[in-house]
Design a protein around this ligand. Structure first.
Ligand SMILES: *Cc1c(COP(=O)(O)O)cnc(C)c1O
Length: 362
């Protein structure tokens, strides 16, 4: 039996209701039903409508299910970029999207901020030739976030037909996006939705689909089973081209219903209160301090702190109390800790973590 509470930045603690939904899924043999059945179509429609409600998604956006956010990077480039994409890079995930574009043979350009810093949006010029502008709302590797007001400014900055893509993998549903200012937003369920990994969700508007159709009409490849027009066509019938992750789509629909019962406003408020509690502690701690200097750019959902005690030692001490947090990313493995503050983490659990950290390390 593992009684640990995981504050790792994804996979992380499961949403509290997931065990009961998993049990129901087993009782109803969800793992055995056909993905062409009406029962699956209902499961699919339930997940989509739950997400539309939670995020107040306008009708010109589609909800598509893919394997992961990593897959969405590849599909984004294949389907919406003929030649050139432009990326804001300030950590490992935003950098990886930039690399994917290059690996697919596109010209990728970037505006780079140092690891642990947000962007000075004022000073960024989007190239006139950019077809896709890749923004990162929450850079999980460094704990920096981009306020929605800054994201919204890119509609004016970017060429009129450029598509604005937002990585909100480790923050949604916390940021309240203005969906008139962005063209695509994507996330993975193992971050803020408190589910097992293996499902990427792509919110994509009609402008992105039209671009893919135009590239296809020119005779260029937009991929095969996961082309944008193909996925949209299937999703209109509550279907997917492949046999999808039925169990996770089922669980997502159930968790979304739970989240909608609670209300997105309450989820956002709790997220901010828990984040404030952690950052206040980091300020008074002698061992930890917030890694992101500018409070405007500090993530509410993936909090990163510098540590003078190696991260592995922090976790070793915490393990005695059934608590686990994330180590630093890459070369910061031992010199930083990362604390996930997702909707699955209750205010009580977060309080216990902060109390134990203070008791053990000051
Ligand atoms: C986790 C993460 C990804 C990748 O998600 P996968 O589900 O592993 O493909 C991309 N971007 C950010 C910001 C992430 O935190």
């Amino acid at each position: 039996m593992n009684n640990k509470v995981y504050f790792t930045p994804g996979p992380s603690e499961l949403y509290a209701t997931v065990p009961q939904h998993m049990q129901t899924a087993l009782d109803e043999k969800i793992g055995s039903i056909s993905h062409r059945s009406q029962q699956f179509k209902d499961i699919y429609a339930h997940a989509v409508s739950g997400l539309r409600q939670l995020l107040q998604l306008p009708d010109n956006f589609e909800v598509l299910f893919l394997g992961s956010a990593t897959e969405i990077w590849e599909r984004a480039i294949q389907n919406t970029v003929r030649q050139e994409s432009f990326h804001l890079v300030n950590g490992s995930f935003s950098k990886r999207f930039y690399e994917v574009a290059k690996e697919l043979g596109r010209t990728a350009t970037k505006y780079e901020a140092p690891f642990g810093e947000g962007f000075d949006v004022q000073s960024i010029t989007v190239p006139e030739t950019a077809e896709l502008v890749a923004l990162i709302q929450n850079e999980t590797s460094s704990g920096t976030s981009m306020p929605v007001a800054e994201i919204n400014r890119f509609r004016e900055k970017a060429p009129a037909d450029a598509l604005i893509f937002v990585d909100a993998v480790s923050s949604l549903p916390h940021p309240a996006f203005d969906f008139t200012k962005v063209d695509a937003v994507y996330f993975s369920v193992q971050k803020c939705f408190g589910l097992p990994a293996g499902l990427g969700v792509w919110l994509v508007n009609d402008r992105c689909v039209a671009k893919a159709e135009a590239i296809l009409a020119d005779g260029d490849s937009i991929g095969s089973y996961h082309s944008l027009p193909g996925m949209v066509q299937k999703s209109r019938e509550n279907q997917t081209a492949e046999t999808p992750n039925v169990l996770n789509i089922y669980l997502l629909g159930k968790v979304l219903a739970d989240m909608n019962r609670k209300g997105v406003a309450q989820i956002r408020k709790e997220t901010e209160e828990k984040a404030a509690q952690v950052y206040t502690y980091l300020q008074r701690s002698k061992v930890f301090d917030a890694a992101v200097q500018n409070p405007q750019h500090r993530s509410a959902t993936t909090i990163v702190a510098n540590t003078t005690v190696p991260a592995s030692e922090v976790n070793k001490q915490l393990a005695k109390y059934d608590l686990a947090l994330g180590s630093g990313y890459g070369k910061y493995k031992e010199s930083q800790i990362r604390i996930a503050n997702f909707p699955a983490h209750s205010p009580e659990q977060m309080q216990k973590l902060v109390e134990k950290l203070e008791e053990l390390f000051g």
